[in-house]
Design a protein around this ligand. Structure first.
Ligand SMILES: [Zn+2]
Length: 197
C-alpha cells in the first residue's frame, strides 16, 4: 500500500465523523480554513494506522537468510512514531533491538519495517515492545531477542500530567537474554554512543 495514494475503505465515513467532531469542539466546519480538514484528518489517520493492513510476520519470513553467525546482532536508534490507544495522541522515540541468531538472520531494514508496522496501530508502549519481540522470536527463532523502547508521550506532556521531557523506557526479552550478563552486554553497547531522543 502506498500511503500517499491508496486509502482503505471507510475514508468518506471517517471524514464525515471528523466534520461532526469539529462542530462538537465548537468550530465552524464550514469556514474557509476547515473545509478540507475532515478529509485531510481522515487520510492522516488512515496513514497513522496503516499497520492494521500490514503483516509484520510476513516481512520477516520473506527475508530469512541461513547464516552461521551466532553473535549478538544489534539494530539501534530505530525512529518510531505511534499513537497511544487511550488518548489517540502521539508517542514517539527510538527502538533498539538485539538478537542472537540460531541459524537464520534477516535484513536489518526488515527489523525497522516490523517496528514501523506495529507502531502504525493504536498502541501502548508496553505492548508495542512485546509485539516486536514476539514477532522476531516467532519468525527468526533466535537464541534470544531483546527490545528496548524509549519514548515521549504527548498525552502526558501536552496535558501537563507528567514532567515535561520525561522519557518512558520499556524492555522485553526472551531466551539468552534471561541471563543478566547478556542483557548487560546489550545495554552497555546501547549506552555507548546512543543519542537521546
Ligand atoms: Zn495516552
Amino acid at each position: 500500500m502506498n500511503p500517499e495514494t491508496e486509502y482503505r475503505e471507510g475514508l468518506d465515513q471517517l471524514a464525515a465523523h471528523y466534520h461532526a467532531v469539529l462542530r462538537l469542539l465548537g468550530e465552524d466546519p464550514g469556514r474557509d480554513g476547515l473545509q478540507k480538514t475532515p478529509m485531510r484528518v481522515a487520510k492522516a489517520m488512515q496513514v497513522l494506522t496503516r499497520g492494521y493492513a500490514q503483516n509484520p510476520h510476513k516481512v520477516l519470513t520473506d527475508a530469512l537468510f541461513e547464516e552461521k553467525y551466532n553473535q549478538m546482532v544489534i539494530v539501534k536508534d530505530i525512529d518510531f512514531f505511534s499513537m497511544c490507544e487511550h488518548h489517540m495522541l502521539p508517542f514517539y522515540g527510538k527502538v533498539h533491538v538485539a538478537y542472537i541468531p540460531n541459524g537464520y538472520i534477516t535484513g536489518l531494514s526488515k527489523i525497522a519495517r516490523v517496528v514501523d508496522i506495529f507502531s502504525h496501530r493504536l498502541q501502548v508502549q508496553e505492548r508495542l515492545t512485546q509485539q516486536i519481540k514476539d514477532c522476531i522470536q516467532d519468525t527468526l527463532k533466535p537464541m534470544g531477542v531483546m527490545v528496548v523502547v524509549e519514548a515521549k508521550h504527548m498525552c502526558m506532556q501536552m496535558r501537563g500530567v507528567e514532567k515535561q521531557n520525561s522519557i518512558t523506557t520499556t524492555s522485553d526479552f526472551s531466551g539468552a537474554f534471561n541471563q543478566a550478563k547478556t542483557r548487560e552486554e546489550f545495554m552497555n553497547l546501547l549506552r555507548g554512543e546512543s543519542k537521546r531522543i
